[in-house]
Each structure stands twice: as structure tokens, then as C-alpha cells.
Design a protein around this ligand. Structure first.
Ligand SMILES: Nc1nc2c(ncn2[C@@H]2O[C@H](COP(=O)(O)OP(=O)(O)O)[C@@H](O)[C@H]2O)c(=O)[nH]1
Ligand SMILES: [Mg+2]
Length: 254
């Protein structure tokens, strides 16, 4: 049994995740206390299933949102409650079993060593990962690195990360975007702009076939359009901040 952290929390946003969600939550609970799941207007039976698990487990809390608001909106809901309860850091992970729960203690320890930083998972893909997704990542990573003048973002999209709560809340409450799949990349870029340094750690990622319970809500057309618009607004923000970013970089070198 793990001792309960009062500063670091595991936060799992979840939308119609399929049966993998139960083993995912169990795997997270085996590594950490507390774990919170935000059920984001799911229409499968996972809200009831997870609430039944939480009824037997003090270290698990299930927050249920009535309507689907998107991954970023669900994370923000959890962040606000976490802040109200005095948590300073959250580790976000996916609800569908793709992320390595066994690495939670290592990521939390890295965050405890450098509390002002964000700890980013850098995906280590197996050979069966879809080429289209692996290559799409390179495009998003190229943009994110340009937008931050190569501040050290190892991966812009991977959602297995530890964030400092306050700067992330400020970034998200400051604007209406970042509520869906545009959450992960925009969070790292905007946090970099605020001076939150990335710490990169490798993390294995798994892709399950449909017959193994693999489910993705990523829609190539809809979400690539969303990500294109996201990098457009980040690029505009980058151009406006260029003098600040360049002078910060010059100061860092001298
Ligand atoms: N709260 C919430 N979480 C979502 C939503 N869509 C995706 N997620 C979360 O984001 C993770 C990644 O989404 P997924 O559909 O698996 O995309 P992929 O892994 O990139 O193919 C999921 O495992 C969920 O935890 C959503 O609409 N609401
Ligand atoms: Mg997934």
C-alpha cells in the first residue's frame, strides 16, 4: 500500500474509455495515492463502474461531469479541485491503458526534486505504433520547439506528465482554448513561455488493437484541424514574444 501524498496527485481524464479503464486505474492505484478520475460525460457504464471501485477504496476519487467537455476541460476541472485541497502538482495520464503506470513513482520523484519544472514523458514506441501518428508527432514537435526557441520540449503531445498546478491553472483560465486535444501541446508551449522548464523522461507507450480493447477518440480530420489552429495561434504568440524569448536566451548563455 502506498502512503498518501498531500502534494502530488494522479489525475486521469476519461471519456468512453472501454474496459481498459479498470486495469488502468488499478495499475495507477498500485503505484500512488491519491488517484482521481474525471469521467467526462461518458455514455458507457464506466462512471458507475469507477464509482463502485471508489466506494471500496479511500485512495480513489471519481468526479463525474454530466456533459463531455474534452480532455483539457476535464483536466482543468480536476486541477481546480486539487488546488482547493492544497495539491501543488498533478500527474496526468490517459485512461485507456496506453501509459506506463509503473513509472508514476519515478515521475513524481523527478517532480519533487525540481518542483518548479514540468516532467514530460517522451514516448518510446513499439514497432506496432501507427506510422501516421508517429510522423504526425514529429510535425507537432517541430512547431513546439520553434515556438519555444528549442527550450527543451522532448515531446509536445504525450499526456503522461507532471505539471505544477498553479502555472497551468493560470495559463488555462487565461483563455478559452486548450479544452480538447489541443490541451497537451499548448500546455507545454505556454508553460515554457512562463519559464517553467521541461524535464524529459522516457516512457513506453502501447497501442492496443481493437480486439485487445484499444479505443481512440482521436479523429484525424477534426483533431488535425484543431492542432493546426492551435499551432497558428501559438506561432502568433511566439512572434509577439520573440524579443523576450531571445533576450532570455541571451541572458541564459551569458
Ligand atoms: N476527459 C476527456 N478525456 C478524453 C477525451 N478524449 C480523450 N480523452 C483522454 O485522453 C486520452 C487520449 O485520448 P485517446 O482517445 O486515447 O487518443 P489517442 O491515445 O491519442 O489515440 C484518453 O485515454 C482519455 O484519457 C474527452 O473528450 N474527455
Ligand atoms: Mg489513447
Amino acid at each position: 500500500m502506498t502512503t498518501a501524498s498531500t502534494t502530488h496527485l494522479v489525475l486521469i481524464p476519461s471519456y468512453n474509455p472501454g474496459p481498459k479503464v479498470y486495469e488502468t486505474v488499478r495499475a495507477a492505484r498500485a503505484q500512488w495515492t491519491p488517484v482521481w478520475v474525471v469521467v467526462d460525460g461518458s455514455t458507457d457504464t464506466s462512471a458507475e463502474g469507477l464509482q463502485a471501485m471508489a466506494a471500496q477504496d479511500d485512495g480513489l476519487r471519481v468526479l463525474v461531469l454530466p456533459r463531455n467537455g474534452g480532455k483539457g476541460a476535464a483536466v482543468l476541472h480536476g486541477l481546480d479541485l486539487a488546488a482547493a485541497q492544497g495539491f501543488t502538482h498533478v500527474l496526468t495520464m490517459d485512461s485507456d491503458g496506453q501509459h506506463p503506470a509503473h513509472l508514476i513513482p519515478d515521475f513524481m520523484a523527478a517532480s519533487a526534486r525540481q518542483p518548479a519544472a514540468m516532467v514530460l514523458g517522451v514516448p518510446v514506441f513499439a514497432a506496432d505504433a501507427p506510422r501516421l501518428r508517429v510522423n504526425g508527432r514529429k510535425v507537432s514537435n517541430g512547431w513546439a520547439n520553434l515556438e519555444t526557441l528549442w527550450a527543451g520540449i522532448g515531446d509536445s503531445l504525450f499526456g503522461f506528465r507532471v505539471y505544477p498546478v498553479e502555472p497551468l491553472r493560470q495559463v488555462m483560465h487565461g483563455q478559452r482554448w486548450m479544452r480538447r486535444f489541443d490541451f497537451d501541446p499548448e500546455a507545454v508551449v505556454r508553460l515554457c513561455w512562463r519559464g517553467v522548464k521541461p524535464v524529459n523522461l522516457p516512457a513506453t507507450v502501447r497501442y492496443f488493437r481493437a480486439d485487445e480493447g484499444g479505443i481512440s477518440h482521436f479523429n484525424y480530420l477534426r483533431d488535425n484541424l484543431l492542432l493546426t489552429w492551435m499551432h497558428t495561434r501559438l506561432f502568433i504568440g511566439f512572434v509577439l514574444r520573440l524579443p523576450v524569448l531571445l533576450s532570455r536566451r541571451a541572458l541564459g548563455r551569458s
